[in-house]
Write a protein that binds this ligand. Structure first.
Ligand code: SF4
Length: 209
């Protein structure tokens, strides 16, 4: 990462971290993806059950491989024929990995979901939620965070999964009601009632979408 961009990111991250902490969430800064991986593994005790929603950022820093191959009980929903069973196990997991579609400068998390397995697990269920978030997801305010979720994250995810949505064709949200829409549920996390349940690692990288 360019030195000047790193300096800007470090300064902005301090404000974001203060915002998250004021909302009863834990937050830390990682200058590199390797540092983010080390912080994540230090937070998750060996033997923990771990699962995830869609979390490209966790893949990108090597966290998913490390958990699958390490001394953890990783619940891999892709290996379950019965998706409902995997979903119910996820709600009872010790740790749930996620990212966010966007994050405001003052620490509000924005996520959208089609099946709602990810947003529901962030809201409640798993004992801990770990979010790996690149600085590319930080937005000035809630309005711009929602716009990012719908005009950046959603179109890319729709293309990734081959969905028949307007945004997959245009790259922009058309506020559709198509059967394939992934904008069924919007989760705005403005406060965590349970101290220490949600932790964000802000990474000085562009991660995920
Ligand atoms: S509402 Fe429809 S068009 Fe807009 S981002 Fe969601 S899926 Fe795409």
């Amino acid at each position: 990462m360019n030195e000047m961009i790193t300096k800007r990111n470090e300064l902005l991250a301090q404000k974001v971290i203060q915002g998250l902490q004021s909302r009863n969430m834990e937050a830390s800064w990682a200058a590199t993806r390797e540092e983010a991986l080390a912080q994540a593994l230090a937070w998750i005790p060996e033997g923990s059950s771990v699962t995830m929603g869609g979390a490209m950022s966790a893949h990108e820093i090597g966290l998913v491989d490390a958990l699958k191959n390490g001394p953890y009980r990783f619940i891999d929903r892709d290996t379950y024929a019965d998706k409902r069973e995997a979903m119910l196990l996820a709600y009872d997991a010790d740790y749930f990995l996620s990212s966010a579609n966007a994050l405001t400068q003052d620490g509000i998390l924005v996520n959208i979901d089609g099946n709602a397995n990810r947003v529901s697990a962030i809201a409640q269920g798993p004992k801990h939620v770990l979010m790996i978030i690149g600085m590319n997801k930080v937005c000035p305010d809630l309005d711009s965070a929602m716009k990012r979720a719908r005009n950046v994250a959603a179109p890319i995810n729709a293309q990734r999964f081959g969905l028949q949505t307007p945004c997959a064709k245009t790259g922009l949200c058309m506020d559709c009601k198509s059967p394939d829409t992934i904008c069924c549920q919007f989760l705005i996390t403005r406060f965590s009632r349970h101290a220490g349940r949600i932790r964000v690692i802000l990474v000085n990288e562009s991660l995920g979408f």
